[in-house]
Design a protein around this ligand. Sequence first.
Ligand SMILES: [Fe+2]
Length: 198
Amino acid sequence: MRLRWTADRLRSGEGVGAIGLGADRAPPDLVSEQALRDHYALYLGYVDAFNRAAAGAPPETHGCPRTASFLVGAVALHEAYFLGVAASHPPPGDGPLVHAIWARFGGIDPWWDEMSAAARCARGWAILGADRDRSLHVVTLDTHDVGSEPDWEPVCVVDAYEHAYWRDFGPDRPGYLDVLSLCLDWPEMERRYAGAWR
Ligand SMILES: [Fe+2]
């Protein structure tokens, strides 16, 4: 999965290329084009910082010292977030992830209720992660690397930082989360779950 792959790239000094954001990856009803563009620019700054660190520079962003794991999380989690939504609004379907969500949480709605509650409380991220035994857990990170020593791999990643939604939703984080729940790319999430720990 991308979190481990990204960490390996930093350790090896290889660096990463930035993902693109095509029209199919920008649900127009999630956030405005300007909000998405600003958020994407923030991500590109993390990619630059990551690549400078991979080349041997001290990890930093905006002149502030960071840990290497901070940069790994900033890049990998933003990519999982951006690539985890789809303009086509694909429905949950009937795959192994959906079955696992039903088994663990009792349904899609109860799972999202837990995700949404976590995202309302987190400073940074709410994540549905798959453990080594492929069981599912909702975890939160207050910054890109606090709690990310991975005993889980990200399946669904919610950026709950204010920068993700404030331009369009103001303080209405629950409103942003409600809209986000309709924009999840379920086929992509099924692919992540199928590939977790493999
Ligand atoms: Fe973000």
